[in-house]
Write a protein that binds this ligand. Structure first.
Ligand code: ADP
Ligand code: MG
Length: 716
């Protein structure tokens, strides 16, 4: 028996899902798997776990003693939803709701409802395929079709069947319920897929009491959508009645640029200086995944008295989070997606049109509290002709070696027979198996090797796990752990363009500040720039040719600093990333100690500087995990007529990769070349090494179309 606060109770009763409680619970009782579709904000994520809880799921001693597990594609959703459900359950239920994300968790002996990222549940499956701790699993946001969600649904269809069979034989084994939840009706890949479910699961549709949202298409589609968004927000704030504004943009840089500009025009004055220049102060909040969690959660708080809320968001706000009080949506109609070329492996971040389904989701955010408006920064003609109906599942877009390794560790050997909601093509599977074979994680018959099994214990991509496995020489292991942790967390350094000074432009991949330069004055700018370069040069001092050694220097220095936030600000590195790196180092060290006895006596956060010999060894160890990612300077090719003489900048030197970097076979040097990325130490120190090991190739789509490599290290 749950005692909820009165206001919570009232709010619950208004949610469409609550009206369907009985029907939902009956379906769950009588079917091993159920699919629930309902608009964002209809109450699926917060209410369905509570229905199960009140029906006795997760209570020790009941017929369904195991926990209720709820998966989310994003960490911020797992944390905030656990918090919200805890609050809704009131005093008695507070400690029953926990979350578990990659680096953080609150699960304890009392936990009945556990929110987690889908990656966390996948790892648990590798340890306990029956998921014996759970009595129900809810897979949320299935419409997003992330790789992990797709794999989970495939695996879970088998786990549910197995638990069913076993519960008939042994009384201690209880059946497991699977609930798949989606914000759109795009569920035919699950419901009508007979390899997945031999009898189609029942589909429950929740009728949302969504208020009407009036769409306003633009007459023309302007390319500078950040500027358009700015004008639109200004107009809404000056002319239209109260109500929050939610703006969808494609990335952090756009969001920060627009935030700066809006804050200047509509400042929120503190009470002391009562000089109000603008009538309507805007409470502008950014929302994107690299933002610290604490900052992200601010969107749920009441905006300050007398201000209008204006949230500038990426896709995060599309379905997972319902921000209260939004009445106006401004949608740029684009999103930034990682694009991966299957033949060449070249990646690019492309700003693309979203799908019609996404556009509908975004518009829907305006109709939660009352009638709303959606201002679309594109014409209806573009919408009709350029927008796909649905976005392509991630599994069909991305490399899948990590997924294949995980699946093999779950004893799913013949991946081609796996019940994927949408199966990947043979080429991607073949490529993944080839890389795993080359890393010696699988044998020639495709079976997982002993090494592969150990690699699968680590929350790291197969290449990083491999580096770790060979990293024991010369006492290097603690350094190797530090390096792979930082590489795997990624985005350690704050890119130059976010500081408001641009590097030599044409070379910038991923540049997305189209029209606003920052408000930083010129000499302040050059000061900032020189301290930026000083910080980077300092970190590169141990080895001016190796980006991984520079990264190691950062991780080591961080642990010796008393004032971590201050250190990060001074050094232009991201505190959140450093904290995650520290946690990952601990976690990886623990897995090493548990599974590879004797190689690591204990975890030490503070490491002494590596010796010359160790630095050399570290570079070779890292190279061994990426040896297929090697590039040679063009003048060293046999019969090359390219001359190095006149080239001043190392970023202008063509390199040639071992495997073709262009889909079109070509003899033209210019078509085959790749270049050092400007953020590399090799660019900063203007070094021109003969060979470079790189982590990935990226292509700038807006600028020159050149292919850049992200160097890891030289080998010497
Ligand atoms: P769905 O999963 O169907 O999209 P949710 O269960 O997430 O719906 O949301 C239901 C309602 O709960 C929404 O109206 C939302 O505003 C409210 N809500 C969710 N999280 C919070 C929170 N942290 N604070 C206040 N209200 C919240
Ligand atoms: Mg939800």
């Amino acid at each position: 028996n749950v005692e909820r606060a009165e206001d919570i109770q009232t709010a619950r009763l208004a949610l469409p899902v609550v009206a369907e409680e009985q029907q939902i619970m009956e379906a769950i009782h009588s079917n091993p798997c159920v699919v629930i579709c309902g608009e964002t904000g209809s109450g699926k994520t917060t209410q369905v776990p509570q229905f199960l809880y009140e029906a006795g799921y997760g209570s020790p001693g009941s017929p369904t003693p195991g926990m209720i597990g709820v998966t989310q594609p994003r960490r911020v959703a797992a944390v905030s939803m656990a918090k919200r459900v805890g609050t809704e359950l009131g005093e008695g239920g507070k400690d029953k709701v926990s979350y578990q994300i990659r680096f953080d968790g609150t699960v304890n002996a009392n936990t009945a409802i556990k929110f987690m990222t889908d990656g966390v549940l996948l790892r648990e499956l590798a340890e306990d395929f029956l998921l014996s701790k759970y009595s129900a699993i809810i897979i949320d946001e299935a419409h997003e079709r992330s790789i992990n969600t797709d794999i989970l649904i495939g695996v879970m269809s088998r786990v549910v069947r197995l638990r069913e069979t076993m519960s008939k034989k042994k009384e201690e084994t209880k059946p497991l319920r699977l609930i798949v939840m989606s914000a759109t009706l795009r569920v035919s890949d699950f419901v009508q897929n007979t390899t997945l479910f031999s009898t189609p699961p029942p589909l429950l549709k929740i009728d949302a009491r969504q208020h009407p949202v009036t769409p306003h298409f633009s007459r023309r589609t302007a390319s500078d959508y950040v500027e358009e968004a700015y004008k639109k927000v200004c107009r809404i704030n000056r002319r239209l009645p109260p109500g929050g504004i939610l703006v969808f943009l494609t990335g952090q840089n756009e969001i920060l640029a627009l935030q700066r500009k809006l804050k200047q025009v509509f400042p929120v004055k503190s009470r002391q200086h009562e000089k109000r220049t603008e009538k309507y102060p805007l409470h502008v909040l950014p929302l994107y995944s690299l933002l610290p969690t604490r900052e992200q959660l601010k969107v749920f708080e009441q905006p300050p008295e007398g201000t209008r809320l204006c949230v500038l968001a990426t896709n995060v706000a599309e379905t997972s989070l319902t921000i209260p009080g939004i009445r106006y949506v401004v949608d740029c109609g684009r999103s930034k997606e990682r694009h991966y070329d299957k033949t060449t492996g070249v990646q690019s971040f492309r700003i693309q049109w979203i799908s019609k389904a996404s556009a509908e989701q975004r518009a829907g955010r305006a109709g939660r509290t009352g009638p709303g408006h959606c201002y679309k920064l594109y014409s209806s003609a573009i919408y009709e002709t350029e927008f796909e109906k649905y976005a392509k599942p991630e599994l069909l877009r991305m490399p899948i070696e990590g997924v294949v390794l995980q699946m093999k560790a779950m004893n799913i050997d013949t991946i081609v027979n796996f019940p994927f909601p949408s199966p990947p093509d043979r080429q991607s599977l073949h490529k993944a198996e080839k890389l795993l074979g080359y890393l010696r994680a699988i044998a020639s018959d495709g079976a997982l090797t002993e090494l592969g099994r150990t690699m699968s214990y680590f929350p790291l991509s197969p290449r990083f796990a491999k580096i770790l496995m060979i990293g024991q020489q010369h006492g290097c292991l603690p350094y190797v752990i530090a390096i792979v942790s930082a590489l795997s967390v990624g985005d350690i350094f704050i890119p130059q363009q976010q500081l408001g000074f641009d590097a030599n432009d044409e070379e910038e991949q991923d540049k997305d500040v189209p029209s606003f330069s920052s408000g930083v004055a010129n000499d302040a700018k050059s000061k900032l720039r020189s301290s930026y370069f000083r910080a980077h040069t300092n970190f590169a001092a141990m080895d001016p040719e190796s980006d991984v050694i520079k990264l190691l220097a950062v991780v080591c220095a961080f642990e010796y600093e008393k004032n971590a936030p201050d250190f990060c600000t001074r050094s232009f590195i991201r505190l959140k990333a450093m904290e995650e790196t520290r946690k990952l180092r601990q976690q990886v060290s623990k897995i090493v100690m548990d599974n590879c006895p004797g190689v690591l006596p204990s975890f030490q956060a503070k490491l002494p500087p590596p010796s010359k010999l160790q630095i050399k060894a570290l570079k070779q160890i890292v190279a061994a995990g990426f040896i297929d990612n090697i590039a040679i300077r063009a003048d060293l090719l046999p019969n090359s007529d390219f001359k190095l003489n006149h080239i001043k900048q190392s970023t202008q030197i063509p390199y040639i990769t071992l495997f073709p970097s262009s889909a079109r076979p070509s003899d033209e040097l210019s078509e085959r070349s790749v270049f050092l990325h400007q953020t590399s130490v090799l660019a900063m120190s203007n070094t021109k090494p003969e060979y470079v090991i790189y982590s990935e190739l990226t292509q700038s789509v807006s600028g020159s179309g050149k292919v850049w490599m992200k160097p890891l290290t030289t080998i010497k």
